[in-house]
Design a protein around this ligand. Sequence first.
Ligand code: ADP
Ligand code: ZN
Ligand code: ZN
Length: 918
Amino acid sequence: MPFAEVALNVPLRKTFTYHIPDAFAGQVLPGCLARVEFGVAMQPGLVLALHDESPIPRTKPLIELLDPLPVLSPAYLDLARWLSESCLAPIGACLWLMLPPGFTGKSDQLYRFLRDDLGEPQQLSLPGAPKQPPSALDFRLLEYLRDKGPKRLSQLKRAFAKEPLTPALERLTEAGMLSSEAVLAPPSVKAKTRARLHPQYRVEQIPDLIAQLRKPSKQAELLELIAERDADAIGLGDALKRIGAKSKAPLKKLIDEGLVFVEETERGEQDLIILEAPPERVERALSAWRGEGYLRQLLLDFIAAAQPMTMKEATEATGASRARLKGLVEAGALELRDEILWRDSLRDFDFVPSAAPSLTPDQRAAWNAIRPTLQGRESARYLLHGVTGSGKTEIYLRAIAETLRQGRAAILLVPEIALTPQTVRRVAERFPGRVALVHGSLPAGERYDAWQRARKGEIGVIVGTRSALFTPLPDIGLIALDEEHDASYKQAPGMNLPVYHSREAAEQLARRHGAALILGSATPDLGTWHRARQGHYQLLRLPQRIMGHRQRIAQQADRLGLASRYQSAQDDALAIELPPVEIVDMRAELRAGNTSMFSRALQRSLGEVLARGEQAMLLLNRRGHATYVFCRDCGFVLECSRCDAPLTYHRVDRHLRCHHCGASEPQPAACPACQSPRVRYFGAGTQQVAEALNDLYPAVRSLRWDIDSARSPQTHFEILRKFIDREADVLIGTQMIAKGLDLPLVTLVGVVSADLGLALPDYRAGERVFQLLTQVSGRAGRGLLGGSVVLQTYQPGHYVVQAASQHDYAAFVERESAYRRELGYPPYRRLARLVFAESSPEAARRQAEEAARRLRQILQAQALTGTTLIGPAPCFFARLDRRYRWHLLLRGPDPRAALRELKPLPGWRVDIDPVDLL
Ligand code: ADP
Ligand code: ZN
Ligand code: ZN
């Protein structure tokens, strides 16, 4: 089949046809990476399929295979096609999701020096432009390329930063002084290697090797000569001549060592050298000077070493110089061999393998349903609905173990690595040495290595975030999504990116591998729940919370002298109750004269917990709300100059910060609108909560966990470690603290403001708040000490607050479903969202209106009467990162039908089944 259908990493949905030159006919397979010409540039291209015929009359050739083997298997090529189709995204962007960042080189231009006309000032010009004498830059460029050899444009740009490089290069190329050629830059990541010294001999061969390797010194040669001629003493002049000595230094060494003496003779005769030492001493001296003993030891060391040593290890272990080791390599005694180093993202964890507990009856029932699937090759889908702490993770671990036993690989997705360190740890501890971590903030090298190992089938378990799903594994037996409702599973809308949802992509991948899919959550996404009810997922339930940590808690309670008041009653119970939730009406607090951000109930509970030496968590829901700054006199609200979002006040550095773009500005002394000095911040951030807490309990030790206090994964781990090690009594945080933490000493969770976010103009606002409240309540009372939750709210009667306080998912689903059905929102209808982000509000509006006009035509022409268009309108976040945003929504049974017909507009972003309408 002489034609290849190729996808390029360009923002186009179509593929391209190239012909396969005879030179590598038969080597090109689907999934191969090749260099091709696209326009005038070189591009890496992925072969999607081979064809007998070309849809176009003239084709360009594949120029070169960049990897002898396919880089993607058919399952992943197929998945990319599905992604492109279902997200209406360019096929290239979908395929490149499956390659590690930096894996393919970028297209570039190579410049080569041709003629040395530097001396003669020649007139240069571009075609049609007046001639000019060469500039200083022209000369420097020519000199540089002559001396350094050919360079790529990207390299020249670094060497000649900020200089008008492009016109100069064009002039010089036009004048025939440089040549220019389209090339592909080399990939920016590659395997890391290290050379080790491998011995090439056996112990028996060491004497021969020594004889071959030893370099006798002059004094050794002289001594050898003298010892040989022991019977008749040798003349001094003759001896020195025989060994080719240029001075008397070797002889002096022998005399100093007391091995020989010189006997003076008559005039005219040579002095004689007489041997003085006994034979053993001579032997010893000879061996030392020839380096025999030393060499023997060195050669033995290499054989005795547990594994081949690196140069550095060898110089340290044997004391040999690098020159000496190189000599051994040159002589063929040692061989330097490169080995590939795996950059392992889990290297800093100290994992202790932990054994699996025996399952509870509920877990066993779920496990019995899943296990047969893992032992076969049919794909099956499960929704594991279990309350917080019901043992879902233990089910994933079982399933992973069974998958590995079947010789297949497993993927466990988590919402965010930094926020779920305990889950990562549990997996790594259960399967030491078999787990690789894959997530977006992994260094490129580690990402590359994990990808290479995965491709070779060397990885058993991948734990990671959204994109980890696309690490190509040869044979997947299980994909599990923990906290499947989490919003981070949806790719944020971006230009030309597939805005996919991991849940759907995982299902497609599982189907292509004949793998099991397990979705786990205490608060399943309403859509997932809906599909489970329709039979799309088999529903498995874990309705009871497991009493974990019994031993640990008992030990800890002992050590810390904690009251063990809950212990006696429930000592042997396997299940524990979910914590009771108290709803506090903050309006009533205000009426009673309490203006503090802590209600009397929360103050009381905090006091008790602190008095008992236990721990508490305080959650502040910051979504859609901020500690914004406004003028007490005119009401002016300070906003980010790039995003139009209210700025947040940070007392530490007295700066205002934008939570969308991160911009930071100093706190103004006066109102920008009316010059009043009474500009104040309003509302509360974690810092204000910490201060208020300190006012109440001066001795309290608190820790803050939010995006400001934890910017890197390391700081996340550090904060968590401090809390676990009881270096703090109260952890104050935003939604971050709600996810997956399992802390047995936390006996109180306080939600400072439960309803913030309920009023946002997004049909999912209620679902989000319900999930958050349920998750955070789930952090309390996970051990023997029990626990409770205090929910502070201004809307105590709201069904979301009510259902969350009862841990009643069913009640929430019933109300929420009725509301969605009535208004025609998902899961009853599907949505598609088009966002237009432009540098002026008029442009964004114009684009959105143009799209709406065309869509109305399409809807009419195709008689898609079930699909309606909502908007266009400005987004809730009307300006983000300097861009003005408008959006429109399509609602119907499958809004993609209309969108497929719509010719892409510049700057738009398509989001099918959006999870965020703000
Ligand atoms: P979830 O993932 O549903 O929040 P976990 O799997 O984290 O629940 O389980 C909660 C706690 O119960 C953990 O400390 C876990 O170690 C413990 N646990 C889970 N299953 C068992 C079991 N079968 N026997 C004893 N302890 C268990
Ligand atoms: Zn003002
Ligand atoms: Zn901003």
